[in-house]
Design a protein around this ligand. Structure first.
Ligand code: ACO
Length: 390
């Protein structure tokens, strides 16, 4: 039997959305009508989260209330902290996140209240708490006491504070804030699609986010940032880049953090992150990871052109590792940091999937597949009883 070529739904529109637009040819990314460069320059993660959840930019008072509400919801229920303390310290942070997020439903009496207003409230709780979850887990696994969130700090600054126990300087906090903004949303990528697919069954919001976390953890998606750090550490020296890249491509391997299913030019988020990485390298005096990343990018592009006759560009996961490393974040937290930043995007999509005003309403996802397995004619294969089989 012939079967169909699995193209991973590339280029097949499956829904209407008002949340995000991507022009892969021009390298444009727009959240709710606002260009990512504009948001990275002028917005904050809190304001961008409001924009994604409520569809418009907030007024001053609205933003103040939104920020205060987020800050007041950062604390984790004691039952969750007790659970984290019982986890195996060697568990991967993404596995911990994916399994603990649905437990947040145990502590939310509105977990199964399926209205738009209640879902926005749950979205805010998730945005506020996931950063605490990542920071608490990191400290607990290192046998350190978790640090209570500080309501006076912004989301990004508070995350670094809970991780390290020191209030970061303004520049570093702002750099992480921009990282959070550029990771906040990206249309129907694999994890968002997973969230929407689960939302289409009317499952509760925590389940939808848990599905998204599972999809994000894979190395072809959000897990690529941890893999990029492994590549940087393995190469370690700028003089080894060429040999390493050639050997990797000769063996049919992937250069992690490069290539994209949608962008056919440089990912605009990679442009923004490259600037931050360079800025941070200059500020800290530690240029190693930035220089190594830049060299890998140049060599990989050249080699790719020689071998395939076409361009390959860095994606969102290429320069974030050098940034997070310079901020003192452990490599296996890179994907959880991505997840924390993506929470407003996932929540906006779950809400759109469940409560779209457009008609017809989104249907339960149920794609088809071409059966290419065993076939014994219309009667089906003859079932032989176990005792009659060899
Ligand atoms: N290294 C080596 N070869 C690559 C890479 C790469 N990073 N990216 C694409 N290619 C190859 C593909 O294998 C394909 O080869 P083929 O024609 O021999 O089959 C060819 O280039 C064309 O690929 P595209 O159609 O442009 O990309 P595709 O949609 O197949 O893959 C993907 C996109 C999965 C992201 C791929 O580029 C990849 O695996 N990159 C590395 C992993 C990564 O960085 N993932 C993060 C993506 S961003 C995100 O999800 C947050």
């Amino acid at each position: 039997m012939q079967g169909i070529k699995n193209i991973g739904l590339r280029g097949i529109p499956i829904a209407d959305t008002r949340i995000c637009a991507i022009d892969g040819e021009k390298g444009r990314l727009v959240y709710r009508g606002y260009d990512i460069f504009d948001l990275a320059r002028n917005s904050t993660f809190e304001e961008t989260s409001y924009l994604l959840l409520y569809e418009t930019l907030p007024g001053k008072k609205e933003l103040e209330i939104f920020r205060d509400t987020l800050a007041s919801q950062r604390r984790l229920p004691a039952g969750i902290v007790r659970h984290l303390k019982k986890r195996k310290k060697t568990a991967h942070s993404m596995d911990v996140l994916q399994s603990v997020v649905p437990m947040l439903a145990d502590f939310d009496p509105d977990a199964r209240v399926d209205t738009r207003a209640s879902s926005i409230k749950k979205g805010m709780k998730l945005i506020a708490r996931i950063a605490t979850l990542v920071a608490y887990w990191d400290r607990i696994r290192k046998n350190l006491d978790p640090i209570r969130p500080d309501e006076k700090l912004g989301h990004a600054a508070n995350f670094l504070y809970m991780l390290k126990g020191e209030i970061p300087d303004k520049e570093m906090a702002r750099d992480l804030d921009i990282c959070f903004i550029v990771h906040a949303e990206h249309s129907f990528n694999a994890s968002t699609f997973a969230a929407r697919e689960v939302a289409s069954t009317r499952a509760n919001m925590y389940s939808c986010v848990s599905a998204a976390l599972g999809a994000l953890s894979g190395e072809l998606h959000g897990g690529a940032n941890e893999e990029v750090m492994k590549m940087l550490s393995e190469i370690d020296n700028i003089n080894r880049v060429e040999k390493w890249i050639k050997a990797r491509l000769d063996a049919g391997g992937l250069i992690m953090g490069m290539g994209h299913a949608v962008y056919k030019t440089m990912d605009p988020r990679a442009r923004i992150l490259k600037d931050i990485s360079e800025r941070l390298a200059e500020r800290t005096g530690n240029r190693k990871w930035f220089e190594l990343s830049r060299k890998i990018e140049a060599v990989a592009r050249e080699e790719f052109m020689i071998r395939k006759g076409k361009e390959i560009y860095s994606n969102v996961d290429f320069y974030s590792p050098s940034i997070y490393c310079d901020m003192g974040i452990d490599p296996d937290l890179f994907t959880p940091v991505f997840a924390a930043a993506r929470m407003p995007g996932w929540c906006a999509h779950i809400i759109e999937e469940k409560f779209a005003e457009a008609q017809p309403k989104p249907a339960l996802y149920r794609p088809d597949a071409e059966y290419i397995g065993r076939y014994c004619g219309n009667e089906g294969c003859e079932y032989t009883l176990l005792e009659e089989r060899e």
